[in-house]
Design a binder for this molecule. Structure first.
Ligand SMILES: [Zn+2]
Length: 454
């Protein structure tokens, strides 16, 4: 086998790994690069190999930094199947067309206001092209081995993180390799813990929080304080949230706080993301993939008022009578979507709070806010930041380094080598160091375009 790292090296975005076996080419994940411009530009470079030569894609989960390049690869000639878990397929059916729609909108806006260097600005792919790419998806059940060629088999195993998220294990009889995908938390109130794996000869493991531990404080307590102090000064709480995963967890906590009368019962909570609304409904379809019993699941989904149309979304911004309120909207790193309109409306007022509840990749607007920048650019214009900015790490959907080490600690097969990816360079290096120290295994970070023979 030969493994080539085509992304998620020195960054958390653009997960793409090429696995070659017996002349066949498989991609594990096919994600978008997001954040820093030099990374985003990679989405526009010619793909490292002709897309038509890729036999199949195996997808760990639906987040766009893992799945968002699939429609582009299809557009450029990829004709093979995309294997993934059933919930990942359902989530991609929501996320990918939306991603195409947002790219069309961005391109149209850039052309209207003339702020792109490219004339005309083009989308990577359209909503229509994203829908078409879904025809190539082939959902496969957890744990069942799936044959890819004469010798090579792959199997998907629950990784927690979000609905449908999987680790993928490959074996050709002689050699095995395990991709962790994005690993979830041990004790998340909504998602189950990652399945304990036996390990493999080679392991590719994520390191989003490779150098950090999540705060041990109770997210409900933090949220209670944030909501109450903002409401007291007459402000609103704006939460950029990944439509899939974080939005549902935040609703879970807000529901709990409301039931326990720890936040005002009349405080309106708006879920302003058609995608998040559809994703919440998938919780009912996949009851075995999460921890919420049926009734609680329904209560959590009903905790917010759903804002479906863009007109309703605009009204939230226009109608000052809505203050104070909570608005949960995508995207989670404020890279696009409806959250940008809300930020324009609420960022400049010191009474409001912008709550960052998930990982913020370097260079994204969410990251700039978290770093305390006093002005950020939205739709080509600089906007002053006066609202309180709070970053909560304990609501993360990613394992911290202690949880990753615990997951690795259950392996019975000791890896010949561990490749640490999907982290900023310092986080990846730090986790590799910890793996070497704790287990004595060979562990290294990976370089962009690096090839290794397995
Ligand atoms: Zn993810």
């Amino acid at each position: 086998m030969k493994l080539t790292f085509l992304g998620a090296t020195g960054t958390v975005t653009g997960s793409r790994y090429l696995l070659e076996d017996d002349g066949r080419k498989f991609l594990v994940d096919c994600g978008l690069f997001q954040g820093l411009k030099e990374l985003r530009l990679r989405n526009w470079e010619a793909f490292s190999i002709p897309p038509s030569s890729v036999d199949a894609i195996l997808l760990t989960h639906a987040h766009l930094d893992h799945s968002g390049f699939i429609p582009r690869l299809v557009k450029e000639g990829f004709r093979g199947p995309v294997y993934c878990s059933p919930a990942t397929y359902d989530l991609c059916s929501i996320l990918l067309p939306d991603s195409g729609y947002l790219q069309e909108e961005d391109a149209a806006r850039a052309n209207r206001h003339d702020y792109s260097k490219h004339k005309p600005a083009l989308p990577l792919y359209t909503e229509q092209e994203a829908r078409k790419s879904l025809e190539q998806f082939r959902p496969v059940d957890y744990a069942a081995p799936h044959r890819l060629n004469e010798f090579l088999e792959a199997s998907f195993h629950r990784a927690g993180h979000i609905l449908g998220a999987s680790c993928i294990h490959f074996s050709d009889g002689a050699t095995s390799i395990l991709f962790s995908g994005d690993l979830g938390r041990q004790n998340d109130p909504v998602m189950k813990a990652p399945v304990q794996m036996q390990g493999a000869d080679y392991v590719v493991v994520e390191s989003t929080y490779g150098d950090r531990l999540h705060s041990k404080s109770d997210p409900a307590e933090d949220l209670e304080q944030i909501v109450n102090r903002t409401v007291k000064r007459g402000g609103s709480i704006i939460i950029p949230a990944f439509a899939v995963g974080r939005a549902q967890s935040i609703m879970y906590y807000l529901h709990r706080l409301r039931v326990e009368k720890r936040i005002p019962g009349h405080l309106p909570i708006y879920l302003d993301s058609p995608m998040a609304i559809n994703a919440a409904e998938l919780l009912h379809k996949y009851p075995n993939d999460h921890r919420l019993p049926e009734r609680l699941c329904k209560e959590v989904c009903d905790a917010a008022e759903y804002v479906r149309t863009t007109e309703e979304s605009r009204l939230l911004d226009d109608n000052a009578a809505n203050m104070p309120c909570v608005i949960i909207s995508a995207s989670g790193m404020a890279t696009g979507g409806r959250i940008l309109h809300h930020l324009k409306r609420f960022l400049g007022d010191a009474r409001n709070t912008i709550l960052l509840a998930g990982y913020q990749a370097e260079g994204t607007r969410g990251d700039r806010l978290a770093r305390g920048e006093k002005e950020i650019k939205i739709h080509g214009q600089m906007r002053p930041v006066r609202a309180e900015i709070v970053k909560l790490d304990n609501m993360s959907a990613h394992a911290d380094y202690a949880e990753v080490l615990e997951w690795l600690g259950h392996f019975t097969v000791h890896p010949r080598k561990v490749f640490v990816t999907h982290g900023e360079s310092s986080a990846a290096e730090s986790l590799a160091e910890k793996i070497r120290a704790q287990f004595g295994w060979e562990a290294t970070t990976a370089e962009y375009a690096q090839q290794v023979m397995l």
